[in-house]
Design a protein around this ligand. Structure first.
Ligand SMILES: Nc1ncnc2c1ncn2[C@@H]1O[C@H](COP(=O)(O)OP(=O)(O)O)[C@@H](O)[C@H]1O
Ligand SMILES: [Mg+2]
Length: 242
């Protein structure tokens, strides 16, 4: 579970990048965080994951405060950032073992997990190569695998579909569903409505730092009192720039 209460953040300008957001993401659901470029998605996610400190408000991960109890809170989640260009000098399997070490995954379990994940993401042959030789999509996949290896109860991703080929995107969506169905929390951002429409149980829409809607996508039409419009048109209207 992720709970944000009155969370704000501004950088050097007068405009807040994230403006007084309340949000609750439940166990067992896939939750999409939607909004156009510059809306405040990444800033919010960086606060949730403890990379940035909020100016105001509190954030709980499975009931643990990310500011007051960072180490315990961080153990609860796995995070896939928007750029997968990390650990470039490590070979695929070295990175996966490194992540297993950090999160205390027992030897037998990590072996099974690595085998399963590399099969599903078609990465078995690449594990012996350095990550810097990987394509963008492969880097994305190896980061996702490293995050899943410790079976986090909260799985957070920033624009995870970017750069994945259709097959990898399909596998990722399958895994998100499976993870949520086991009672875990899946929280991800996207600027693409189609992605959210296919897999999210609930979404929140953010624009200019403010939360405009939170609920089931099917409820969005009723919420904004429009009939006969496509969700896409509603989304574009509500996130319009002046
Ligand atoms: N480190 C930073 N310094 C100054 N402004 C920033 C910084 N990071 C983000 N911003 C600004 O905050 C706003 C929200 O950005 P971001 O959270 O990255 O949006 P999104 O992920 O939804 O595209 C933008 O106006 C962006 O320019
Ligand atoms: Mg972003």
């Amino acid at each position: 579970m992720i709970e944000l209460s009155k969370v704000s953040k501004s950088f050097n300008s007068a405009v807040k990048a994230v403006d007084n957001i309340d949000l609750k993401v439940n166990n067992g659901e896939i939750f999409g965080f939607l909004g156009p470029n510059g809306a405040g998605k990444t800033t919010t996610i960086k606060m949730v994951t403890g990379i940035l400190a909020p100016d105001n408000g509190s954030i709980l991960i499975d009931g643990l405060d990310i500011t007051k109890d960072p180490l315990k809170a961080k153990k609860q989640f796995g995070f896939v950032p928007d750029s997968p260009n990390m650990f470039l000098r490590l070979k695929g399997f070295e990175y996966l073992n490194f992540m297993s070490d950090i999160y205390d995954v027992p030897t037998k379990e990590r072996k099974e997990k690595i085998e399963m994940l590399s099969n599903r993401f078609e990465m078995t042959k690449a594990l012996g190569d350095q990550i810097q030789s990987y394509s963008h999509g492969m880097r994305q996949k190896i980061i996702i695998m490293g995050v899943l290896i410790h079976n986090p109860s909260v799985w957070i991703m920033d624009e995870p579909m970017t750069g994945l080929d259709p097959r990898a995107a399909f596998t990722l969506k399958e895994m998100m569903r499976e993870h949520a169905d086991k009672g875990n929390t899946v929280f991800f951002s996207t600027h693409v409505l189609d992605v959210a429409e296919k897999i999210c149980d609930r979404v929140a829409v953010i624009n200019k730092g403010k939360l405009l809607f939170c609920g089931k996508l099917g409820e969005m039409k009723a919420h904004f009192k429009v009939q006969g419009e496509s969700l896409e048109k509603i989304f574009l209207d509500m996130t319009e720039h002046e």
